[in-house]
Design a protein. Structure first.
Length: 89
């Protein structure tokens, strides 16, 4: 029980320290805002694909793995996930 609290405490403390280090740097704010913008665009891309699932018969869940893939790869990431879904399932 106490170990779980210790792990959560270390996680929160290290996250706060990382945020302080990123925001102290002048380009850190731009980096953080660009990353947030990419996550939002990726979520909208996946949501749009799921809206069109009646026509395309392809539905991708919006979870951490798919959102991370689309965040870093963009539209090719969506195509990669669709290809994997069609080939593996």
């Amino acid at each position: 029980m106490y170990t779980q609290y210790a792990v959560w405490g270390v996680l929160i403390l290290s996250s706060l320290m990382l945020l302080i280090v990123v925001l102290r740097n002048r380009s850190g704010g731009r980096l953080l805002s660009a990353l947030c913008l990419n996550v939002v665009v990726a979520a909208f891309l996946l949501y749009g694909l799921n809206l069109l699932s009646d026509y395309t018969h392809v539905e991708l869940p919006i979870n951490t793995a798919t959102l991370g893939t689309v965040t870093f790869l963009g539209v090719p990431g969506v195509l990669l996930l669709v290809g994997l879904k069609l080939v593996l399932i």
